[in-house]
Write a protein that binds this ligand. Structure first.
Ligand code: SF4
Ligand code: SF4
Length: 193
């Protein structure tokens, strides 16, 4: 393969827009300082469940591999424990960047983001309505909204849990629900999604 052909293939794989988008994330530009030391991967308690380690995700971002990064299960496996961020010698805001990658995947309606997006949207709606989560409603809404046929298999399990008081049938509202809604409204006003 000629040098020109190799360059063409390299440029096709590299999405410069993706690099620019990630660099525009607050703190995203610091990815340029990543020295690929692997401390983040070694500190991550859930790296065993990831397809790509956090270190590799940063290498892939710098290679402009938009699809591979945004379709990776790694960003959804991140448990936001901040261990990596605390230990990174280059002070890269790894956890915050993982959050932003999730948001990008949701905006682009990536397949793997659909269940996670349904979970967080329904969680937010329930908490905004009652001031706390109600697991039974959350599970029903997520399953019916994403994989309704699975609901048929899961219904007996859910019913058994309710009957044995492992899941509450009805959710309870907190006392100062209006106070909480004011906080949420303010967060939205400040640019929260
Ligand atoms: S710990 Fe920081 S510098 Fe090291 S690989 Fe991870 S992101 Fe890069
Ligand atoms: S914040 Fe995410 S990527 Fe970092 S150590 Fe925790 S789980 Fe792993």
């Amino acid at each position: 393969m000629s040098e020109v052909q190799q360059t063409v293939i390299y440029e096709q794989a590299m999405d410069l827009n993706f690099l620019d988008e990630v660099y525009r994330i607050p703190g995203g530009e610091k990815i340029k300082d990543c020295i690929q030391c692997g401390t983040c991967s070694g500190s991550c308690p859930v790296s065993w469940a990831m397809e790509e380690t956090p270190r590799k995700i940063f290498a892939m971002i710098r290679a402009g591999m938009r699809d591979k990064v945004l379709d990776s299960i790694t960003i959804w496996t991140c448990a936001s424990c901040y261990q990596c961020m605390h230990r990174c010698p280059q002070e890269i805001k790894i956890t915050d960047i993982m959050y932003m990658l999730k948001r990008m995947a949701i905006r682009e309606n990536r397949q793997r983001s659909k269940n996670a997006a349904a979970l967080s949207r329904n969680f937010f709606n329930i908490v905004n309505k009652k001031g706390r989560n109600h697991e039974t409603s959350l599970m029903m809404k997520v399953v019916l909204g994403t994989k309704p046929l699975d609901g048929i298999n899961l219904a007996p399990v859910g019913l058994g849990l309710v009957m044995h008081n492992r899941l509450p049938m009805f959710g309870k509202k907190i006392r100062d629900i209006e106070g909480l809604r004011k906080i949420v409204a303010k967060a939205k006003e400040l640019g929260g999604e």
